[in-house]
Design a protein around this ligand. Structure first.
Ligand code: NAD
Length: 248
């Protein structure tokens, strides 16, 4: 791959879907700005080396994206290191699944802060960079839980439904500046996040998936690649469900 001047910043990219997106966008020729809170996840895999093997530059920028001040430093540091931020993927996310009647205020607030407020922080700050550049692509990780709801996920489904509204709002704000803003809504994907499900939960999910299997992180990354590239230049404000035909 030839040297590139384009950069993709992916939050929560130490493992799972974020790491698969990093590898795919590196194969597409983007320099990769990794971000995560959990540095040990990078130590448990060789994702940064695998990305560099694609012939692009890569660096890790630790930050808690639920905190606005962390995001300010993150965006400043990535801009200083790479010069531009051409693609932003808001991928960092957590679950704290508990039935509504038993969920604590802390469990509710934490998921909203990490999944939802982070997307405000990053779209605000990277949006300013992209406005100056007069170009850019933002891709937000929503979820089928935000479209259909899911038991024990009032916090998570609220955060993911909010991301869909935020995506459409910022798409309208930035469309005139040649910046696209879209969301993907994965169904059940093989990652450390879904490894936590019980056998019963897994069987119940599979019975509702037309394709009768979980998705793989690479199957999310390929759609993100489309939304990050020029083939989707007239696509904005959209939510693409990637769920193997889920019905809930
Ligand atoms: P994962 O838990 O494997 O990875 C998430 C990463 O985000 C982790 O490396 C974690 O350390 C990081 N992170 C958590 N809090 C952070 C913070 N405050 N700041 C920075 N980084 C932080 O999860 P995943 O399954 O790869 O999910 C990635 C995204 O896809 C999430 O937004 C998730 O909600 C969404 N999603 C996943 C599925 C699925 O089935 N796995 C389905 C729908 C949506």
């Amino acid at each position: 791959m030839a040297q590139t001047t384009k950069t993709a910043l992916i939050t929560g990219s130490a493992r799972g879907i974020g790491a698969a997106i990093a590898l795919r966008l590196a194969a597409d020729g983007f320099n990769i700005a990794f971000n995560d809170l959990n540095m040990s996840a990078f130590e448990n895999n060789d994702i940064v080396d695998k990305v560099k093997e694609k012939g692009v530059e890569a660096e890790i920028f630790p930050a808690d994206v639920s905190k606005h001040a962390d995001c300010e430093k993150l965006v400043k540091d990535v801009k200083t290191r790479f010069g531009t931020i051409d693609v932003l993927v808001n991928n960092a996310g957590i679950t704290r699944d508990v039935p509504t009647s038993m969920m604590t205020e802390e469990q509710y607030d934490m998921v909203i802060a990490v999944n939802q407020k982070s997307v405000f922080n990053m779209m605000k700050l990277v949006g300013k960079v992209m406005i100056r550049q007069k170009s850019g692509h933002i891709i937000n990780l929503a979820s089928v839980s935000g479209i259909y709801g899911n038991p024990a996920q009032i916090n998570y489904s609220a955060s993911k439904a909010a991301i869909i509204g935020m995506t459409k709002t910022v798409a309208k704000e930035l469309g005139g500046r040649s910046i696209t803003v879209n969301a993907v809504a994965p169904g059940f994907i093989h990652t450390p996040m879904t490894d936590k499900l019980t056998e019963e939960q897994r069987a119940a999910m599979l019975s509702r998936i037309a394709m009768k299997r979980y998705g793989e992180p690479e199957e999310i990354a390929s759609v993100v690649s489309f939304l990050a590239g020029e083939d989707s230049s007239y696509v904005t404000g959209q939510v693409i469900e990637i769920s193997g035909g889920l019905s809930m």
